[in-house]
Write a protein that binds this ligand. Sequence first.
Ligand code: 6GU
Length: 245
Amino acid sequence: MRLDIITIFPDYFAPLGVSLLGKARQRGDVDVHVHDLRGWAHDRHRTVDDTPYGGGPGMVMKPEPWGEALDAIAPSGAAPRLVVPTPSGRPFTQETAVAYAGEPWLVFACGRYEGIDARVIEDARSRMPVDEVSIGDYVLAGGESAVLVIVEAVTRLLPGVLGNADSVSDDSFAPGRMAALLEGPVYTKPPTWRGRAVPPVLMSGNHGAIARWRRDQALRRTAATRPELIARNTLDDVDRRTLAE
Ligand code: 6GU
């Protein structure tokens, strides 16, 4: 998978060199290119922003550097998916992450200030698929931290990146039986710590009982912290009894 990131703060992406993704890059499983938008600004101050038409606070990113950057990174004929992080976008979810993990090439356009001149996105849509996505209902100062979030959510799904393919399918929000349930508590050694014992069922060796206990914990945690998610699950009689307790 190839990832291009266009930003006025290339240093923001230093974390992409460490941990699982850093190793995936060393192996050549992921090819990441970070570009400084100011490289496509041509005045002495390398200006990338200007005042908004119609007035109002803040600054808007000028279209010309963005147009040139996108032309250079995705020349005509090449059609990556362009991902534009913005609080006005569609919610980025685990489903989006799974879809992006199946794409060969993603380009991320990080806006700062009040956003990017809208014509840049319109123009890009004439030659490549474009998604405006939001990572949640709050406002960030720029798209950079959202791109770090999206890249981590996507690349950990790539074959070989996580190391343990099973831990992906058990995730909270993973498609399947755990579709919209939050994962319950986890434990490791020692069996008793500060007087607190690990739930005995986890040490019983009874895999059926363990799976049932984990599902019950997930159901209870979801009902307590994200009750709106319960309706998205297919519940059987045992599930309903757990939730009624
Ligand atoms: Cl994706 N970008 C920005 N700038 N702010 C956000 C966001 C994205 N998602 C939530 N807030």
